[in-house]
Ligand binder design. Sequence first.
Ligand SMILES: C[S@@+](CC[C@H](N)C(=O)[O-])C[C@H]1O[C@@H](n2cnc3c(N)ncnc32)[C@H](O)[C@@H]1O
Length: 326
Amino acid sequence: IRSDVLERTFAIKWITGFISRSDVWLAAIDVDADQDDEADARSQLVDTASQILSAFSSVEPDDDEAASIIRTFSFSLGVEESKMLDVQLNDAALLSEDHTSVGLQSWGSAIILAERLCKSPDHFGFNMPSGRKLRVLELGAGTGLLSIVAAKLSPSSTVVATDYHPDVLSNLALNVDSNFPRAPSHDSVSVHKLDWESPSFEAPFDQPFDVILAADVVYNPQHAQWIHDCVERLLTKPGSDDVHSRRSGDGGVGVFWLIIPLRSIGRHEGLYETVDAVFGDAERQRGSETGWKLAILERQELQRHAGGVGRVDEAGYRLFKIGWAR
Ligand SMILES: C[S@@+](CC[C@H](N)C(=O)[O-])C[C@H]1O[C@@H](n2cnc3c(N)ncnc32)[C@H](O)[C@@H]1O
């Protein structure tokens, strides 16, 4: 289908029609009539259809390798539209049987946040004046887009890209190597296993991080809580001497940038709400007797891209700035 234009056009048309009618089809389930299994099966089909459709968009097939796809991303740097930052990523086979290896593909959220990082690196803390190297961590890095962009934007930083799935980690290391062919191994971005559910905090996780990035990592009811607990441990805390004057993001205090898609249909529908429930607003933490707590400092709603970035079940995106409050 990837190489046959006629077949591809037909498939895209058919799947687009299927997805556009899926609301009616999903709503036709009678929940009172104990049709939960049928509802799940239908949601999964819509999910799979969206996945196939998204893989057709903005992807140039690599001639030699039918199983994987090399995607090239080009982001404008700062306000100068002419300066670009390029990243090449290996996205693995489209219909992997292993549903836990979702990190073998680059997702819309990561692309949208990468674009913003390149546009205004200062806003995300990348040009922070400090006497030491900036430490950047990516959680659930998948193909590594955000880590690679971070290392290109701020070559003097220490960037650590993490994931938990063995195949995803191998592909991530491959992507790092192909984007920094001349850098000694691990000098640009180092790749490490970090499982949010059972993290181990040995080096390089024994030192805190100034910037933590994560894209599309909340698609299970427990993810937000696991991620909260990791970030609580790994994000640079306000210093004890000047705690009253510093807030997250104000020179030297860590910030966690989290972007998630707003999925309004399918299996992961509404899970984005767990981020608000787990982290809470800064207001909620104010006056807390128990010291600094993580809280949502800012929330921004982002539109879907007109250019075919992101799966069709992603109605938009929400970018959270999370940091310390009390
Ligand atoms: C939907 S993918 C997003 C990947 C990448 N951030 C992107 O946006 O393209 C979710 C990622 O989270 C990773 N992940 C899922 N559960 C995890 C866990 N318990 N610990 C660490 N990573 C996990 C997956 O392996 C996958 O790479």
